[in-house]
Design a binder for this molecule. Structure first.
Ligand SMILES: NC(=O)c1ccc[n+]([C@@H]2O[C@H](COP(=O)([O-])OP(=O)(O)OC[C@H]3O[C@@H](n4cnc5c(N)ncnc54)[C@H](OP(=O)(O)O)[C@@H]3O)[C@@H](O)[C@H]2O)c1
Length: 431
């Protein structure tokens, strides 16, 4: 029997696209065994035809005209690895309307337009697969959609930004400051020259929106996710965290209860003996809490050309198998429910607050009165030595469980006390 050929149109041949192209050329036979079809690259869209890409067989396929990919009748699956929203979003919609299946690594687009894109795909009976949008080479979308599909997901909880995890690991282990750790990450290629999306938590917010949408089968957009980055953390916070038995991580948490879903990305104190606390460097880890399977942990490479290629080609193979089986309709799983999104102010957890206070009797009593009036009780206090030049002392409080709204109000009121010179950092404590 003749082998069916599945034509791939590639939008982008940069870090990830280059990895995808090279792997299709080099692993043709094993992709055939895995998918049952011969997977062949057709046209490849780039900006610059003359850029050196280090892949000989690619040059004849390059084009700067997107229609060579999007309208090519020999393209069955469009792989979008351009990055950014413009023009990637329009190309994805065009590919769908031309009846092509789409595989994308674009978290920005999927976090903002995922439900709309899946709906369009459903209408055209094509598939849109996006494993590579979250945690690079670590499988998480497909396991949620297939292996855990009989479960109710209770929570998704993880470390999904390798850049910030590298920076925080260096700050925790070696006591270096944020800016030094960032410069080092940039030198190693782990952080972009403009690191804003990573260090401000935006990248993790996109990924959590996608993860929560899949996990809870309801549209969750990046604008629904509370987002706070790591730029305010100082080496002092890591010293106190270690003293108290914690480590600091940028966590992404989405939790569902009877009142709705709460999704948040922010630095948190994590007990040092938990699995998530031990995820160091650029690695990612995601723990899924479910009703039937219990807690399941996914751990692995969160980025990089080859790990991301692994996820993209898994989606391509899945699409190809579907085409061969005649089951090439869309998976519209995450649009089935419509769950309420809850604001961060509803959160109830423990809090770490570091502040500088004037060194005189009665200061602690003033602070506890402000907290007590807002029904916040203190679990522990650390007071460090007085600085005799400024006559100030550093105080660190860990609260018992309290409402986020009460803590925010307390911080405003504490900052107004004459005895409080400066509120340093507030970090949520996850138990
Ligand atoms: N890098 C990773 O480790 C990683 C991991 C997971 C997901 N992702 C996602 O994968 C996607 C691609 O990332 P990347 O790191 O591969 O990006 P990249 O290295 O910047 O590559 C982008 C590619 O797209 C082409 N391109 C961009 N805009 C274009 C336009 N308007 N018209 C034609 N071609 C255009 C570029 O062409 P030229 O080469 O001619 O400039 C380049 O080949 C992004 O969505 C990213 O978030 C990346």
């Amino acid at each position: 029997m003749a082998t069916r050929t599945i034509g791939i149109g590639l939008l982008g041949a940069g870090v990830v696209g280059g990895g995808v192209a090279r792997t299709i050329f080099e692993k043709g036979k094993s992709l055939l065994y895995a998918s049952g079809a011969s997977i062949e690259l057709r046209n490849v869209l780039v900006r610059d035809l003359h850029k050196s890409r280090g892949i000989d067989s690619l040059s004849d396929l390059l084009t700067t005209n997107p229609q060579d990919v999007l309208e090519n009748p020999e393209v069955d699956v469009v792989v979008e690895v351009l990055g950014g929203q413009v023009p990637a979003k329009d190309y994805i919609f065009q590919a769908i309307s031309n009846g092509k299946h789409v595989v994308t690594a674009n978290k920005d687009v999927m976090a903002k337009y995922g439900p709309e894109i899946l709906e369009a795909a459903h209408a055209k009976q094509v598939r849109v697969l996006f494993e590579a949008t979250v945690a690079g080479g670590t499988p998480i979308i497909a396991p949620l959609q297939r292996d855990l599909s009989a479960n109710e997901v209770i929570a998704v909880n993880g470390i999904i930004n390798g850049t910030t995890n590298y920076i925080l690991t260096r700050m925790a282990r070696d006591g270096i400051d944020f800016l030094d750790a960032l410069a080092e990450a940039q030198g190693l290629g782990y952080a972009e020259p403009d690191p804003t999306n990573d260090v401000e938590g935006i990248d993790a917010t996109y990924k959590l929106a996608i993860l929560a949408s899949v996990a809870f089968q309801t549209p969750v957009f990046d604008s629904n996710v509370y987002c706070e980055g790591i730029t305010k953390l100082t080496s002092r916070d890591f010293v106190y965290a270690a003293e108290l038995g914690y480590t600091i991580k940028l966590i992404a948490v989405a939790r569902k209860d009877v009142e709705g879903i709460q999704a948040r990305v922010h630095p948190a104190f994590i007990s040092s003996d938990t699995m998530i606390a031990k995820v160091d460097g650029v690695l990612n880890a995601i723990e899924i809490e479910t009703d039937l399977a219990g807690r399941v942990l996914f751990h692995g490479q969160g980025a990089g050309a080859m790990p991301t290629t692994s996820s993209i080609l898994a989606d391509v193979i899945d699409c190809s198998r579907g085409i061969l089986d005649g089951k090439d309709s869309s998976s519209i799983g995450f649009l089935r429910r419509n769950t309420q999104i809850r604001p961060i102010m509803d959160l109830e957890t423990k809090y770490y607050i570091r502040m500088n206070v004037v060194e005189r009797p009665g200061v602690l009593a003033e602070i506890t009165r402000v907290l007590g009036d807002l029904e916040i009780s203190i679990a522990s206090v650390i007071q460090k030595e007085v600085d005799f030049t400024t006559l100030q002392a550093e105080i660190v409080l860990i609260s018992n469980r309290a409402k986020e709204s009460a803590i925010q109000q307390a911080i405003t009121e504490l900052a107004e006390l004459e005895a409080v010179a400066e509120i340093g950092t507030m970090v949520r404590v996850e138990d």
